[in-house]
Design a protein around this ligand. Structure first.
Ligand SMILES: *Cc1c(COP(=O)(O)O)cnc(C)c1O
Length: 229
């Protein structure tokens, strides 16, 4: 496959995804400009990212701080409008690097991480926007604050971070109907007066939009299958 094939693939898929987002939004009378597409580029090359940028995609999601830094800091120096969302579980010893590369951290899920972010933000003089990740399925192996602790943890984060705490994120369990999870997350956000709702991936973003997502995190539908390490 030649480079031109790869590039037209990314652009074509991106166009198709944008169309589907607009259609899902329209089906519930939402303006598609109220939905932000976060293109999840984990495990994909800088070349693929630049193809997406050429098609005016400026918001990207990455799971790992190290990978995000290596891939995005050179691009950000030439394209300052580029935005990186960190969407993977974050270790406390990586928060300073995380703050340097991220505009949004979507995976705030425990008191020790909140503490570390607060300290790092004071040292760096900058704090990205923050989303609390909720483990809506209460899956033991999954990250995110357990559902029964979510209210309390969100309150604590609101007090600590003020309006830097912007919203909530969830990853529904695999193989179940995601809609109850989307509904739950939306209610929780409403209860706490938070406006950002990051939910919906390649397999279910239309349902997420119908149920109020403001941010959809889409990887494989744009960049193709990942070869997981
Ligand atoms: C990988 C990943 C995505 C994107 O998944 P796709 O199914 O490829 O769209 C979204 N959110 C998180 C947290 C991820 O880790």
């Amino acid at each position: 496959m030649s480079i031109t094939d790869i590039s037209s693939d990314v652009v074509n898929r991106l166009t198709a995804v944008r169309y589907r987002i607009a259609k899902a939004a329209m089906s519930v009378g939402r303006d598609s400009s109220s939905i932000t597409l976060v293109a999840v580029s984990k495990f994909h090359s800088r070349e693929s990212i630049l193809e997406a940028v050429k098609a005016d995609q400026y918001i990207f999601g990455e799971n790992r701080v190290q990978e995000a830094t290596v891939k995005f800091s050179p691009i950000q120096t030439v394209i300052p409008d580029l935005r990186v969302h960190l969407i993977g579980s974050l270790q406390t010893n990586k928060v300073r690097d995380a703050i340097r590369i991220a505009h949004v951290i979507e995976s705030l899920d425990r008191p020790a991480l909140a503490e570390a972010l607060d300290r790092a933000a004071q040292a760096e003089g900058y704090l990205p926007d923050l989303l609390v990740q909720v483990n809506t399925g209460n899956e033991p192996q999954k990250h995110g604050v357990p559902l029964e602790e979510a209210d309390c943890f969100i309150d604590v984060c609101c007090r600590r971070f003020g309006n830097k705490l912007r919203g909530l994120m969830c990853i529904p369990p695999i193989g179940v109907d995601p809609i109850p999870h989307f509904v739950m997350l939306r209610k929780l956000a409403q209860t706490h007066g938070l406006e950002m709702l990051s939910m919906g991936m390649s397999a279910d973003f239309e349902q997420a939009i119908i149920h109020g997502a403001t941010h959809v995190r889409i990887g494989s539908a744009i960049f193709g299958a990942r070869s997981n390490p």
